[in-house]
Every structure is written in C-alpha cells, then in structure tokens.
Design a protein around this ligand. Sequence first.
Ligand code: HEC
Length: 171
Amino acid sequence: MATWLTGGVIGRWSVDDVVSFLRTGHGRGAVAFGAMAPVIEESTQYMTNDDLHAIAVYLKSLSAHGPAGTYNDNEYARARTYQAIATGEFERHGGGIYLSFCARCHEADGQGQQGKVAALAGNSLVLAPDPTSIIRIVTEGSKSPQTETGPEAKKMPAFTESARHARWPKW
Ligand code: HEC
C-alpha cells in the first residue's frame, strides 16, 4: 500500500479503481496483500460508497513522493524479455524461472487473471526500487482478502521450499 500510495501509481488509477480496491481488495489488476488485506476485510469493505469515494479523491490529490512505480522501458530489453518468455530460454534466467514457476498463474504476459491473480506487468510492487515486499511475497506467499462483494480469496504460494529443491539455472 505504501508503494502504491507514494509512488505516483495511484495517479494512473481512476477514483473507481481505488473505490473497488478498498471495497473488494481488487482494483486495476492489483490485489491487496500483506497488512492491507485485514484492513480491507475488517474495515474498508464495510464503508459507504460516499466515504470510499471521498478517500479515493483525497488519495488522488496527494502528490507522488518518489520514483517508485516507474521503470525505464526500452525496446531492446522488452524484445529480449518477450523472446525469452516465448522460447523459455533458460540462459535468460529471469524469463526461464518466470515461465516455470509463475506464468501458470500470472500468465506469460504478466497480465494475471481478472479478479483472481494480480497482474505483475506495471505492478508498483514489482517496479519498486526497494525489493523487500516482492521478496517477502515470493518467499512467504500471501492470500488475497475475502470480502462480501469481491472475488473469492486466492492464495499465492510460498516459494522458499520449492526454490531450495528446484534446479535453478546457474548464474
Ligand atoms: C498458484 C498460483 C500462483 C503462482 C504459481 C504464483 N503466484 Fe503470485 N500471486 C498469486 C495470487 C492469487 C496473488 C494475489 C495474492 C494476494 O493478493 O495476497 C499473487 C500475488 C503476487 C504478487 C503481489 C502482486 C500484488 O499487487 O498483489 C507478486 C509480486 C507475485 N504474486 C509474484 C509471483 C512470482 C514472482 C511468482 C513465481 C515465482 C508467482 N507470483 C507465482 C498466485 C500465484
């Protein structure tokens, strides 16, 4: 949430995306995790539309604090990544590991599954300069919030054990 709030990412979200996120834990391909999940489950899902709308308008009025959520897109890197993902090229270790361990849920193009699995493409957590949150979620796993009006809660598996036993490519 902190990255999501301070990184200017929210600038790309509409007020309705923010309201949906606070009501159901899902908004604009993102899914709430960690400390934000209980906040939604126990509190914001029960707020009135007017209150959620007011919060969303307020959040969007805040200025971005840092460069989180931005990335340096370049055509060469993008073409290499697409190629690695399409061919499962293991030397390109990120692409190979992603394809083996992550793509069955997050999809090869990183768009996730609407209402079920978070999109990773353009995700503020993935793009954040501080990798603490993404390392935690991949090693420890997570569970999306269960709300009255949102999609069913889904689990992100923890990868500590599989990483220990898997044959990761050498680098
Ligand atoms: C069995 C399906 C599944 C697999 C395999 C999987 N994930 Fe996930 N992932 C999920 C679900 C479901 C969520 C949403 C969980 C939540 O919100 O707590 C999620 C959330 C995430 C998030 C947080 C995104 C956000 O904004 O909520 C990241 C980052 C992530 N996964 C990375 C990965 C990586 C990297 C891999 C491979 C090493 C991977 N996942 C493999 C199901 C999966």
